[in-house]
Design a protein around this ligand. Structure first.
Ligand code: GUN
Length: 297
């Protein structure tokens, strides 16, 4: 069997960002609206700092406004809810993103559900989760949206395919299941308590790995020719180089690439698509709030 086709998320994301930037320029020209995205970071989690820096940079590159709110780790829940209230009322802010994880003394559910659902560009608000689950028009979480776009680019129509998602988080697993169901896939959501996980994975035409366990999914778990989307980003020690690290996914890439039909690498797969989808959501949110039609992206 020849090696799988590598799904180039970096290239897809660059192309999507360019389309979003063109559409944003068109909206500004036609309606005088510049989409504004507020990014709130509480504390000093190094991985979050990197994500947030990239989000801010790419927001500006797409011709949108970025409003930055970096708060100390000791910020109280009431102060954060107060800031979200102000952003909800600010007409220049069309999208609000509160970077997760939050410090332990803050209830993330309370925070996410305080965001105006029309400005919830992460798609984490219970109203947007409900709309996705019931087939309504809401804002869709960025990571599963990026995964879906790459799957459609790679496979074309997905109807009738067996999709297995490993992981049942609110951020990836559950919304991914809803999106694939909407595409008429037969969807299985597997998780840590699933019996005979390798057997369940082997029936997948589409396998989405989102468990956060480095290289857990082995080559022998993959159906020959399947499309494999690896959402995991895990930092593991580099062998033979003490103190150094490398990034690996939830799939053992070296094994999977010899079995799968197509596969996303880590890094350079799902990650870049997440931010590109966030920018797309910010533009969608801005157009809906202004009551104007969003250009085709
Ligand atoms: N932390 C890790 N991924 C995400 C994401 O997609 N959105 C937010 N808000 N926080 C995250």
């Amino acid at each position: 069997m020849t090696d799988a086709r590598i799904i180039d998320g970096k290239a897809s994301a660059a192309a999507l960002r360019a389309r979003v930037a063109r559409a944003a320029a068109e909206v500004e020209r036609a309606h005088g609206i510049v989409p504004g995205l507020a990014v709130v970071l509480v504390g000093e989690n190094p991985a979050s700092q990197v994500y947030v820096r990239n989000k801010r940079k790419q927001t500006i590159e797409a011709g949108m406004r970025s409003f930055d709110h970096t708060l100390p780790a000791a910020t109280g829940e009431a102060a954060l809810l107060d800031l979200i209230g102000r952003l909800n009322r600010d007409p220049a802010v069309h999208g609000i993103l509160v970077q997760l994880p939050l410090p332990g003394h803050i209830d993330p559910e309370k925070v996410l559900d305080t965001i105006d659902s029309a400005k919830d560009v992460d798609g984490f608000h219970v109203i947007n989760a409900g709309r996705l689950a019931t087939g309504g028009q809401g804002l869709v979480p960025c990571t599963p949206l990026g995964c879906l776009m790459m799957l459609k680019d790679t496979l074309g129509g997905l109807g009738g395919m067996e999709a297995v998602i490993v992981g049942r988080s609110n951020i990836v697993g559950k919304p991914m299941a809803a999106l694939l169901l909407r595409e008429n896939c037969t969807v299985t959501v597997a998780h840590s308590r699933t019996r005979d996980l390798p057997l369940v994975c082997r029936r997948a035409d589409i396998l989405v790995a989102a468990v956060g366990r480095p290289e857990m999914i082995r080559g022998g778990w993959i159906k020959p020719g399947a499309a494999v989307i690896d959402v995991g980003i895990n930092r593991v020690p580099k062998q033979g180089e003490p103190g150094k690290h490398r990034l690996v996914g939830d799939v053992c890439f070296a094994e999977a690439v010899t079995v799968a039909g197509a596969i996303t690498p880590v890094p350079g797969g799902v990650g870049p698509m997440t931010i590109a989808c966030l920018l797309m959501n910010a533009l969608t949110a801005a157009c809906r709030q202004a009551g104007v039609e969003a250009p085709e992206i």
